[in-house]
Design a protein around this ligand. Structure first.
Ligand code: VG1
Ligand code: CO
Length: 541
C-alpha cells in the first residue's frame, strides 16, 4: 500500500471541550473535517508517533464505523505501527482506558459524544486519551487545537480496507513498513479487570440469595448504549442474574431514539420499572458507559454526590482497595461536599478539581487518589483513568453484600452520621453564547467586589453568610499548573455553596449550569426533598 498526502484547508472550530470534540454528525461528515482532526491528534504525538501503538473504538453510535475505517487509513499513513480496535468498532470509554494501560499504548481514540443523542442528525464526537489511559489534559488539547487551525494537509492510505467485524490480526505493508490492525473482543479485558477488583463469588451469592436471605433483585438499563454486551457478560453470564434483569442491551446507532443519559429525566423507563417495588437495586449507564445512576427499591434516588460519599465510607469492602489501600478522595468543584465530610472523619486526603475527568488523572498517577466522582453521574477509581458506570454499580453491590443493608438504609444511616448535603443542578440549554459569556463576566465582577463578602441571605428562617466568592482557579498539586476561570463560586459560612459555570460538552449554543449545595445536620430535616429546599433559595440569592 502507498500513502498519499491530501491538501486540506483548516477549520476554526475544532477546539476540544470538557471531554473531546463534539459536534453534529453532519459537521463531521463535511469534506476533510474528521480527517483534519485525526491528523491533528496524531501530529500532537510528535516524536512518539512513529512506531506507536494506539487503541481505537467507540460507543456504537451512528458514524462510529465510518470514522473508525477512516482513522485506520490515516494511522496507516502516519507511521503508526499498530492499532488495537474493538470488534465492530465497539469499546466503552472505560474499556479503552483499561486497554491503553494494560497494553502500554501511546494512547487511544474514542469515538463518542457520551450521553448526547445519536443518529444521522444528532451528535458525534472524537476524544483522545493519552498513555495513562485518561482524557488528554488541557495542554494537549490546546496543542491539538493549535495544529487544526494551521493544518494544510493530511496523510491517508485511501485503498486500505480492514474487516473490523472479525477478530484477528491484519498485517499490511505501507510504504515498505509493517502496519498491523488487531481486532479484539470488546468486552473480555474489561470483564477480567472487574473480576480482579470485586469478589464475584459474594456478588453471585447476593443476587441468588442464601439461607435466611432473599434473592437481591437487580435491574440494569444500558439505554441501548455501548454497555449492553458488557452488562450481559457480567451480570447474567458471570453473576447469574436472569435475562429479565438487563434491558436495552443492544447497542444501537441512534440508541433506539433514547437520550442515553442516566438521570431521572431520561432514564424514566428504569425509574418507572423500579417504582413497582419488585427490584431492590437499579442502575443505568450512558451511551459510552462512563456514567451511572443508582436507584434503590421503589426508585429511591441516590444523588451522584451521595453515591461517592457512601462508597467512600465503605471502600474497604472492595477487595481491590484492601490491596492498594485508600490513597485519597476527590470530587469536581460543583459536586456536593458530602465526600469532604467522609474524608475529614477518616483522615483521608481530599482534593477538589475542576469539572472533567482529566484532572483526577494526575493525582492518580502520583498515587494520591483512589476514589473520585462528579455530580454529573460520574464515579470511578484509580483502576483506570476514566469514570466507570459498571464499576460503580458493582461497587454498590459489593458494599450492599458486605453491609447487608439496602440502598435507602445505607443512605439514611450515612446522613445520620455525616449530615446531608442537599444538591440540585439546573441546566439552561441552547442559550446565545455571547450573552452567557457576558453574564458570567458581570457575575464575576459583582461577587469579587470586596463588599460582597459578608452578604447575608435569609431563607426559610436560616441565614447564609457569604464567606468567599470567586471564579475558581485550580492549581494542580502535582505539577503546579494553573487552570483558571472554572466557574463562579459563592461559598457560605455553613459550607453551603452556589456555583455557576458554562458547559464544555454541548454541540450548539451555550449551556449555563447552576449548582446548589446546602448542608443540613439536623436529624429531623435530613429526609426532606432537595428540590423543595433549593428552588426558592436560588431565587432569593
Ligand atoms: C459534563 C459534566 C462533567 C463531565 C462531562 C463529560 O461537562 O458536567 O462533569 O465530566 O460532561 O462527561 P460540562 O462541561 O458539559 O458540564 V461524559 O459522560 O460526556 O464523558
Ligand atoms: Co459518558
Amino acid at each position: 500500500f502507498k500513502s498519499v498526502i491530501v491538501p486540506t484547508r483548516p477549520f476554526d472550530d475544532q477546539k476540544p471541550g470538557t471531554s473531546g470534540l463534539r459536534k453534529r454528525v453532519t459537521v463531521f461528515q463535511q469534506q476533510n473535517y474528521t480527517e483534519n482532526f485525526v491528523q491533528a491528534i496524531l501530529n500532537s504525538l510528535g516524536d512518539d508517533l512513529q512506531g506507536s501503538v494506539l487503541v481505537l473504538g467507540g460507543d456504537g453510535r451512528y458514524y462510529v464505523k465510518d470514522a473508525a475505517k477512516l482513522i485506520i487509513r490515516i494511522c496507516a499513513a502516519n507511521g503508526v505501527k499498530k492499532l488495537i480496535v474493538g470488534q465492530h468498532g465497539i469499546f466503552s470509554t472505560p474499556a479503552v482506558s483499561n486497554l491503553i494501560r494494560k497494553r502500554n499504548t501511546s494512547g487511544g481514540i474514542i469515538l463518542t459524544a457520551s450521553h448526547n443523542p445519536g443518529g444521522p442528525d444528532k451528535d458525534f464526537g472524537i476524544k483522545f486519551n493519552t498513555d495513562n489511559g485518561g482524557p488528554a489534559p488541557d495542554y494537549v488539547t490546546a496543542e491539538i487545537f493549535n495544529i487544526t487551525v494551521g493544518l494544510e494537509s493530511y496523510n491517508i492510505v485511501p485503498d486500505l480496507e480492514c474487516d473490523i467485524d472479525t477478530q484477528g490480526v491484519y498485517t499490511y505493508i505501507v510504504d515498505g513498513n509493517e502496519f498491523n490492525v488487531e481486532v479484539v473482543d470488546s468486552v473480555a479485558d474489561y470483564v477480567g479487570l472487574m473480576k480482579e477488583i470485586f469478589d464475584f463469588d459474594s456478588l453471585r451469592e447476593l443476587l441468588k440469595g442464601s439461607e435466611g436471605r432473599k434473592p437481591f433483585k437487580i435491574l440494569i438499563d444500558s439505554m441501548n448504549g455501548v454497555t449492553g454486551p458488557y452488562v450481559r457478560q457480567i451480570f447474567v453470564n458471570e453473576l447469574g442474574a436472569d435475562e429479565s434483569s438487563i434491558v436495552n442491551t443492544k447497542p444501537l446507532e441512534d440508541f433506539g431514539g433514547l437520550h442515553p443519559d442516566p438521570n431521572l429525566t431520561y432514564a424514566v423507563q428504569l425509574v418507572d420499572a423500579m417504582k413497582e417495588g419488585i427490584h431492590d437495586f437499579g442502575a443505568a449507564f450512558d451511551g459510552d458507559g462512563d456514567r451511572n445512576m443508582i436507584l434503590g427499591k421503589k426508585a429511591f434516588f441516590v444523588t451522584p454526590s451521595d453515591s461517592l460519599a457512601v462508597l467512600g465510607a465503605h471502600l474497604h469492602h472492595i477487595p481491590y482497595f484492601k490491596i492498594t489501600g485508600i490513597k485519597g478522595f476527590a470530587r469536581s468543584m460543583p459536586t456536593a461536599g458530602a465526600i469532604d465530610r467522609v474524608a475529614s472523619a477518616t483522615g483521608i486526603d481530599f482534593y477538589e478539581v475542576p469539572t472533567g475527568w482529566k484532572f483526577f488523572g494526575s493525582l492518580m498517577d502520583a498515587d494520591q487518589l483512589s476514589l473520585c466522582g462528579e455530580e454529573s453521574f460520574g464515579t470511578g477509581s484509580d483502576h483506570i483513568r476514566e469514570k466507570d458506570g459498571i464499576w460503580a454499580a458493582l461497587a454498590w453491590l459489593q458494599v450492599i453484600a458486605c453491609e447487608k443493608k439496602g440502598v435507602e438504609e445505607l443512605l439514611v444511616s450515612h446522613w445520620k452520621k455525616f449530615g446531608r448535603n442537599f444538591f440540585t443542578r439546573y441546566d439552561y440549554e441552547n442559550c446565545p453564547a455571547d450573552n452567557c459569556a457576558y453574564m458570567l463576566h458581570k457575575l464575576e465582577q459583582i461577587v469579587t467586589s470586596p463588599v460582597y463578602i459578608g452578604t447575608q441571605i435569609i431563607h426559610r428562617n436560616k441565614s447564609y453568610v457569604v464567606k468567599q466568592a470567586d471564579n475558581f482557579c485550580y492549581e494542580d498539586p502535582i505539577d503546579g499548573s494553573l487552570t483558571p476561570k472554572q466557574g463562579i463560586r459563592l461559598l457560605f459560612e455553613d459550607g453551603s455553596r452556589i456555583i455557576v459555570r458554562l458547559s464544555g460538552t454541548g454541540s450548539s449554543g451555550a449551556t449555563v449550569r447552576i449548582y446548589v449545595d446546602s448542608y443540613e445536620k439536623d436529624e429531623r430535616l435530613i429526609l426532606k426533598d432537595a428540590q423543595v429546599c433549593h428552588y426558592t433559595f436560588m431565587w432569593v440569592v
